[in-house]
Design a protein around this ligand. Structure first.
Ligand SMILES: [Zn+2]
Ligand SMILES: [Zn+2]
Length: 237
């Protein structure tokens, strides 16, 4: 069983390149090692990360960024899909490197600002979350323009109360955090988790046109992503 469902973690890192034909914008996976969430790099007019991992593998993440001629200083924005330490622990490294901005749903911004140890699961991982400055609180329906890519913020509670997914309707891309995985869903036995809310969030995602799925852990899908939403919904009957 994998950690986000139970205990253990994926141990390999995959680098992906999603060069979308005729498009400048690129998506790459630059992290996902050990305890880390998947870390997605978006190269567009704004250089952004979706989640930042724990920070425990910062050197590896930097090495992966260097493959695209980027350093940690080039990262301008981190969008956190939710407050868990395996997604936000690495934020500080980037903030300290270049004052990059951190964005997270409004319901979880305060947890980062005050360095919560319980709801973020930092304590459970034997780590300590230092306070993180949140530059932007996100709300359902917000749009985050990165250049060619305009991400819509969907509030998809269930795994945590402030979990978000990020949707790009033109290319049918979904960054789903721990709401939805390739072949599964996030845990709902954690602080602020709510199984019914998760089912409702999945119903909402099922209404979207989806092709590419970039989840918070495990493999991603580059086509036919909607299948994973429908399969996940079956788990709820
Ligand atoms: Zn996670
Ligand atoms: Zn999580």
């Amino acid at each position: 069983m994998q950690w986000w469902k139970k205990e253990i973690f994926c141990t390999s890192i995959r680098l992906i390149k999603t060069a979308i034909q005729g498009s400048f914008m690129q998506v790459h996976q630059v992290g996902g090692l050990g305890f880390d969430s998947n870390i997605y790099l978006i190269i567009d007019e704004v250089i952004a990360l979706i989640d930042a991992g724990t920070g425990m593998n910062f050197e590896t993440v930097k090495r992966n960024l260097s493959k695209f001629n980027l350093t940690a200083n080039d990262v301008e924005l981190i969008i956190n899909t939710h407050c868990h330490y395996d997604h936000v622990g690495g934020d500080r490294d980037f903030v300290e490197a270049a004052g990059c901005e951190v964005a997270i749903h409004e319901l979880e911004a305060e947890l980062l600002r005050k360095g919560d140890q319980i709801i973020t699961l930092a304590g459970g991982l034997g780590r300590r979350l230092e306070p993180i400055e949140v530059a932007r609180e996100l709300h359902d329906g917000d749009r985050v323009k990165l250049g060619e890519l305009m991400l819509e913020v969907l509030h998809t509670p269930g795994h945590t109360q402030g979990s978000i997914s990020l949707y790009e309707p033109e290319r049918k891309i979904l960054f789903s955090g721990d709401t939805l995985f390739y072949g599964g869903v996030g845990r709902t036995d954690l602080p602020t988790s709510d199984g019914k809310a998760l089912a409702n969030s999945l119903r909402r995602l099922a209404k979207l046109e989806l092709e590419r799925l970039y989840p918070g852990h495990g493999p991603f899908a580059e086509k036919g992503a909607r299948r994973h939403v429908l399969e996940a919904l079956e788990l709820f009957g």
